[in-house]
Structures are given as C-alpha cells and as structure tokens.
Design a protein around this ligand. Sequence first.
Ligand code: ADP
Length: 269
Amino acid sequence: MPELIVENIHLKYGTAEVLGGASFSVEKGKIAALLGPSGSGKTTLLRTIAGLERACEGRIRVSGQEVLNCSAGLDLPAEKRGLGFVFQSYALWPNRTVFDNVAYGLRLRKVAETEIRRKVGAVCEVLGLGHLQQRFPAQLSGGQQQRVAIARSLAYDPAVLLLDEPLSNLDAKLRDEARAFLKELITREERAAVIVTHDQIEALAIADTIILLNGGVIAQEGSPEDLYNRPKTLFTADFIGNNVRISGKVVTAGDGFATLDCDGLRVTG
Ligand code: ADP
C-alpha cells in the first residue's frame, strides 16, 4: 500500500474553490512533485495534507492509518499525522542553537530529554550537522540551514516528508547538491516525500512522479518522461513548452493518421 494516499480533496476559501478533488498517492522511497503555475493550489494542497487547512473535504491515509476522513468526522491535528514539514523559509528559531531547533518538535511532543539527545544526535549525524549542533542559524550557510530544517522534520521519524519549495533560497550550486542529497536520503531511508515547486527543472531532477496542478485540479500525473513526452492536455503541453500546434484542413484520414493541408503544405501525422 502507498505510504501516502490522498483522495478527492476539495477546499474552498469563501465561495472560491481552491482545490477541486485532488487525488494521488506516493510509495515508500519515492518523491512526488506538486508542480504548477502560481496560484494553482500547490501550497494549499500540501498544507491540507499536513493538517494545517481544516475546512476541507476528502480522505488522507499515512502509513495505512486514516488521518482525514471528512464524511466520518475524522481530522487528526498536524502533530498526530506522522508527517514532517519543511517550509520554504526553513522557519528556524534564530535565537536557538541547531540542537534546540532540531529538538523543538520532540520537546513539544514531551519526549524524554535523554531520548531527545539520542534522536537529535543521530539525525544531525545523518545530515552532516554533528559538529554544528551548538551553532546558531545565523552562523550557518544557506545549505546548512536547509539541512537543519530537514533534520528538524526528520527528528520524530515521520514516514512522509512534505517540503514547500525547500531549495528556493539556495544558490544554483548548493541547490544541485541539496537536491541530490534529499533524493538520496528519501530513497535510502524509504520515506515518501511530496515537494512543492514551480520550477520544472527542479521537478524533473528530483521527482519520481510529477503532479501538475491547474486551478486546483490535477491536469496530469505521471513520470517526468510521461509528462514531457506524452502531454495529455493542452494545458500540460503549454506548461512544459511542448506546444507546437498545426492547423489546417484534413484531406485524407485513416489507420490513425491524417494528412492536413496547411496553406498548401501537406503534413501527415
Ligand atoms: P500555489 O502554491 O500554487 O501558488 P496557493 O495554494 O498558494 O497556490 O493558492 C491557491 C489559491 O488559493 C490562490 O488563488 C490563492 O490566491 C488562494 N489562497 C491561498 N491562501 C488563501 C487564503 N488564506 N485566503 C484566501 N485565498 C487564499
């Protein structure tokens, strides 16, 4: 069974429908990218999965456990959904050390201090932050800050990671490194991840599946190859730039082929 299953999510702000029935799933060790133009509902869908948007309809399962089932009145709060969340801005506490930033969620969950030390130490080691635990965020590079944000979301061992444009504050070189690191981590640790991005190159480079949103509805979902080689809608074709269109008059048709007369030029396809 997929680690994350999202079924038929609807959400309105006032009378405006922002999500119009989004459904998708993500297997262990895989990354799904929510891609689409600005305002297409990517962040709202991610926040809904996280449990940060309450006025929604639909069903969500994490690791086989139902965390949202509106018709049954089930709506677990964010901290009970088994998810890790990484924000665009990293949202680190500037006046707390790396250790205390990473420990933050565990302390909220009232985990014992010895267990916190063990977990924070282990996750900082995995992310190459072992020697930086007593530093403050301002004393770290952008890439290190990004890893602290990931460490904080991994500390309580979530099955599913939700990342909202986590790499957008990094320069190009760091972004490539961080992307490779993130992909390797998710595959190796067999977590499932959903990453929001408006950047096609990012989605192509990191995702196993791309979910392309248009006005709160999934226009197309598939592997990067599928989306780019076999766009199923005009919106997909336009979005990825594979939108050469030919118009003309059909002069012969049959066997799945048609010949068009385009101002005197014969085109068969
Ligand atoms: P994206 O992440 O794809 O840029 P968003 O999920 O941020 O899109 O926004 C989707 C739509 O919801 C947009 O039309 C946006 O204006 C609207 N929206 C987002 N947040 C709110 C809010 N708090 N109140 C009202 N409308 C909102």
